[in-house]
Every structure is written in structure tokens, then in C-alpha cells.
Design a protein around this ligand. Structure first.
Ligand SMILES: [Zn+2]
Length: 592
């Protein structure tokens, strides 16, 4: 990574200063975006004997999470504009239809003659429609305050936290940011906060998993509203170490491999879609991202029995050759097909059982055993229309407020690329280094490999999850054929491969002379594979776009969690951890 990219991808340090309020108490005031949150310099705690003792206050602010908050503000802002436009159009349409109905009625009563009185549509005087946001696990209230101050469409924001000390802090911060009276605190267990009224946007940003709050959230979000969900327990949904826990929390098992983070995001999405379907709602992902050490998804929840029916055919399991060559095969859990209706004037969806299984228990490419992952969401991770609209809005966002704009832009561009229609049915990605490891060869240059696949007519993109990733609609037998051609150019020591090695079958070793292989193998041999670096060149490499985070500090990663007893802590158990800077660390992070 070049120096410029490195610099741009660093989180902008928060502005922090010491202040003394009218009550004489000293605080550290941290400003992010348009909001300022206060952390007392001195707090009172009980000692072992139960006496009050004054201790130095801690600043529970993680600058790394500014990216999440900047992204959330801008995403909800764009969603708000879209949501209110839709509401307005719907209302105008309703009024127009009403007027039309009256007019027709008038004409009918005149025995087909022209109506003497023309009824025009009542003039529509727009009143600001309801657009409320619930920050269900608010901690310091920073996120809720930023929503209040930076999203003009928001009519009311609730900053909820079960912990009384957090609510005291939220209240103080609301008073300090007194410009917006629409923010109010609440001290409820998150699910209880969601059982009172409906919200247009519900943000779940817990420490750890959001799983215990999903069911209440899909019920409390209004029809067509937005759910923004963070899960920081990547050690559960993106590693095979706690697969049983992952199944309990998300209803599916994780996978092993470079693409485990995308699979994890799909597990989280599936758990939301399943919860929503029980109440007759379906989920439309607008943006589903794996970021640093957490997942963040923005999904719309809408009423719609026809779409709810597609849940099974939009869910899949995956057979993963994790101990062999790293390839995978997916299987949808249901079948759906669009068919013409009897009159031939329209179509309808026909649903049925999926054929099983889609592959053998051993990998077709290398012969190693396959492992099962999922069920997980099989549909598109993002809405291209939404990302395009969000990208259009970014140039008007002031960089002085949104310090992480370069990275947001880069990540959205990558998300847009991985959402092309040609790749819609091709989940996951691989790294050429992983392919090379299997064959004990040097990895082909990324551009050369991309060029080879493009030359064969396949779509190639990258994943937002990993810098060296290749996302393609090329099938695995073609991918391995390309690698065989690469090995022809860069020979490997085949003597090293016994018949127990994954490369043995892939490189077709041990064949008797004259054996030309199966019909499929013959067809693959006819492919014209050209490692065309120019064709596979990264078009926007020179643009300096920041696509991936470069670890900005020596000890970069999640912060220590604020010590308090809340729901999000209760669901955390020993043994959970995650990969940070290649090391396995215990998951701990402040949700400030
Ligand atoms: Zn394999």
C-alpha cells in the first residue's frame, strides 16, 4: 500500500478537549461529526468495603468506530430522503385516485353525459411525515446525537440503554448538545424499547451479537423501514471455532476459508430474513458489509406475502472443500420458477422442493471431504440503486464532518462492483494465493488471472471483504483449468505430490498414457487461456481510491468494553474471540 492510501485510510483523530461545566465538574469533551459527548474526569465507585471512592474517569470512545458512525449517518440520511419521497408519491397517488374515483362517479350519475362539475384533486399540503430513529443500545448517546444533528429528515430520536449510568450520561449529552430537543433518553431492556411503538429506523449496535434483539426489531420497524445491525462477534460467525454457538445465535453454521466473512454476513442476513418472515415481512438488503472486526448490514423490512414465499429459494447451504482445494458448491433450500399463467397474460412464481444434494460428499476437483455451512442468505448483498444514490450524495458531505469519507467512497464503489447482475448468482470469492498454495506454485499475478477469466468470457470483480479477492461467475472446473495452464508455464515439483494430496487429482497425476480423460476434461483442454494482464488490469488502481483499511496504529483493533451489566454483555461467553492483526484476541470493544 502506498503512503497516500495509508494516510487516507487512517481514521481522523477525534477532537477532544477538557472543559468545566457550570456545575463545576470537569469533563473530557469528545467531538465527532456535529455531536459532542462528555466523559467525567472523576467518577465515583464503591470500594470493597462499600465506601464511595473517587476514581479517574475513562473515555469510552473508539475512533476506529467513526467509520461505522459516519457510514450510518450518511446511509440513514439517504434512506430517509428515499423513504419520504416514496411516502409523498404514495399519498399524492392516493389523493389523485380518490379524485378520479369521485369524478367517474359523478359522470355515471349523469347517465353517461358530461359531468357539469369538475372535481379536482384536493391540494396536497405537505406536513413533515414521521421519520423516527431508535438507537436501541445507545451507551454514551453519540450515535443518536449524530442522527439528531446530522439527519434533517429525522423527526424524533430515542437513545435507549438499559444501564442507568449510561442513560444519565445520554441525558447529560443531550443537554450539552441542546440544539436538538427531538432526542430523548429511555432506560429499557432493548426488546422492551422496541415493543412500545414503531420506528422508521432501528439501529442495533451492541457489543457482540445483535441476535437477541432481532425478533423484537423486525416487529418494531415500520413497513418499509430500515434495520441497521452490527455484530462484532466475528469469532463466532466468521471462524469455525464456535460453529455450534453460531448455529444457536444465527441459525446456521460458519465456514472455513478466506470468504468466511462474506458467509458470516450472509448468516446474519438469513437470521433477520427468517425472523421477519414469521410476521409476514421480507428483507431487502441495501448494504451488507464486513468491516474490520465486525459486520454492519442495512436492510429494509417490508410487508409482502409474495416475497416472503421466496425465503427458501433465497436461502442456501454451502459444501466447502476447506481441507482440500478450497472450492465450494452451493445448494438452495427451495426451488422457485417464474411461469406463465393460463391466459398467457402474465406470470406467477411456482415453488417446490430442491433436489439434493448438489454435489458428492467429496470434492469433485480434488477428492477431499466437503464440510457443510449455512443455511445462509443466498440473494444479493446490496441494492445497486441504493448504493448509486448514496454515492451521488457523498460529494455534498463535508469532509470536515465525515473524516472517513475516502474509505466510505472506496468501500461503496467496491460493493457496487461486486453487485453486477452477472455476479448475482455467484456468492463468495477466492484468493489466487490460496489456489497457488494447493498446487505448491507461485501465485499468478492478480491482473493476469483476472485477464485469463475475462478472456474466457467470465465476469470478474473483487469482494469488499478482502483486497486480493476474486469474485467471478466462472465455475470451479474452469478456475482449476486456468491454474493447470499456469502450472504449465511455471512448472512445480510433481514428485512431491502423493495421491493423498489435493494437487494430485487437480493436476491429473497418475494417469496411464493414452488416457485422455472424461468428456468434460477434453472440453476444458480446448479452452484458450491467455494470461492477459492488460485485459485484467485494475482500471481504478491509479485513482487512489481507498478500498480497504490499512491497520492505522500499532495496537489497532477493538477497544476494551465499558464495564457495565447489560443485555449485550450477558450474551457474551468465554471463548469468543476474533482475528485482529492476524492474532486471535479476546473480543472486547466499547460500543460508544
Ligand atoms: Zn477440493
Amino acid at each position: 500500500m502506498g503512503g497516500k492510501r495509508d494516510l487516507l485510510s487512517k481514521p481522523v483523530p477525534q477532537s477532544s478537549k477538557d472543559i468545566t461545566l457550570d456545575d463545576g465538574k470537569a469533563y473530557t469533551a469528545v467531538t465527532e461529526g456535529l455531536a459532542t459527548v462528555l466523559f467525567p474526569k472523576i467518577t465515583v465507585k464503591k470500594d470493597k468495603a462499600g465506601n464511595d471512592v473517587e476514581v479517574k474517569g475513562e473515555v469510552f470512545y473508539n475512533p476506529i468506530q467513526q467509520f461505522n458512525r459516519d457510514l450510518s449517518v450518511l446511509t440513514i440520511k439517504t434512506f430517509g430522503d428515499m423513504f419520504l419521497e416514496e411516502k409523498k408519491e404514495k399519498k399524492e397517488q392516493k389523493l389523485a385516485n380518490k379524485a378520479k374515483g369521485k369524478e367517474t362517479k359523478g359522470k355515471e350519475t349523469k347517465d353517461g353525459g358530461p359531468a357539469k362539475k369538475t372535481i379536482t384533486a384536493p391540494t396536497y399540503t405537505p406536513t413533515p411525515p414521521k421519520f423516527t430513529i431508535l438507537d436501541a443500545l445507545s451507551a454514551t448517546g453519540l450515535r443518536a446525537l449524530r442522527y439528531a444533528l446530522e439527519i434533517p429528515a429525522a423527526t424524533a430520536i430515542t437513545a435507549n440503554d438499559l444501564e442507568p449510568s449510561a442513560v444519565a450520561s445520554i441525558t447529560a449529552n443531550i443537554v450539552h448538545n441542546s440544539k436538538n430537543p427531538a432526542t430523548h433518553p429511555d432506560t429499557l431492556e432493548p426488546s422492551a424499547a422496541m415493543s412500545k411503538i414503531s420506528y422508521e429506523v432501528i439501529d442495533l449496535d451492541p457489543f457482540g451479537t445483535a441476535s437477541p434483539f432481532i425478533d423484537a426489531a423486525v416487529q418494531a420497524v415500520s413497513d418499509g423501514g430500515l434495520l441497521a445491525v452490527t455484530c462484532t462477534d466475528a469469532g463466532v460467525w466468521a471462524s469455525a471455532g464456535y460453529s455450534e454457538k453460531c448455529f444457536s445465535l444465527y441459525g446456521g453454521t460458519p465456514v472455513k476459508g478466506e470468504w468466511c466473512h462474506e458467509a458470516g454476513v450472509r448468516l446474519i442476513l438469513n437470521s433477520i430474513a427468517m425472523a421477519a418472515a414469521r410476521y409476514g415481512y421480507w428483507m431487502e438488503p441495501l448494504l451488507s458489509l464486513s468491516i474490520d472486526f465486525y459486520a454492519r448490514v442495512f436492510v429494509r423490512i417490508r410487508k409482502g406475502p409474495e416475497m416472503v414465499k421466496r425465503l427458501a429459494s433465497n436461502s442456501m447451504v454451502v459444501y466447502n472443500c476447506d481441507s482440500g482445494c478450497g472450492s465450494w458448491v452451493v445448494q438452495k433450500l427451495g426451488r422457485s420458477k417464474e411461469e406463465k399463467n393460463k391466459s398467457g397474460t402474465g406470470t406467477f412464481m411456482k415453488f417446490g422442493l430442491a433436489r439434493a444434494p448438489t454435489t458428492d460428499s467429496n470434492c469433485a476437483e480434488c477428492g477431499f471431504p466437503m464440510h457443510l455451512g449455512g443455511p445462509m442468505y443466498a440473494g444479493p448483498l446490496h441494492s445497486t440503486a441504493f448504493i448509486k444514490r448514496l454515492l451521488v450524495s457523498l460529494p455534498s458531505a463535508p469532509p470536515s464532518i465525515y473524516g472517513t469519507l475516502p474509505r466510505i467512497t472506496g468501500m461503496l464503489q467496491t460493493a457496487l462492483q461486486e453487485s453486477t447482475p452477472a455476479l448475482a448468482a455467484s456468492p463468495f470469492f477466492f484468493a489466487t494465493t490460496r489456489l497457488a498454495k494447493t498446487l505448491h506454485c507461485i501465485a499468478p499475478p492478480l491482473a493476469a488471472f483476472r485477464g485469463a477469466l475475462k478472456g474466457l468470457g467470465y465476469e470478474v470483480s473483487r469482494s469488499h471483504c478482502k483486497p486480493t479477492s476474486i469474485k467471478t461467475n466462472a465455475p470451479w472446473n474452469v478456475i482449476w483449468e486456468v491454474m493447470r495452464r499456469w502450472v504449465e508455464k511455471k512448472p512445480v515439483k510433481i514428485e512431491a505430490f502423493g495421491d493423498k494430496h489435493a494437487a494430485y487429482k487437480i493436476l491429473r497425476l497418475g494417469r496411464v498414457e493414452g488416457d485422455e480423460g472424461t468428456e468434460e476434461e477434453k472440453k476444458l483442454k480446448e479452452l484458450e487461456v491467455v494470461f492477459d494482464e492488460k485485459l485484467g488490469a485494475d482500471e481504478d488502481k491509479a485513482s487512489g481510491l481507498v478500498r480497504y483499511q490499512v491497520n492505522p496504529t500499532a495496537h489497532w483493533g477493538p477497544m476494551a468494553k465499558a464495564k457495565k451489566e447489560d443485555m449485550s454483555k450477558r450474551v457474551m461467553e468465554d471463548g469468543e474471540g476474533e482475528e485482529v492483526e492476524g492474532k486471535r484476541v479476546r473480543r472486547s470493544e466499547a460500543n460508544a
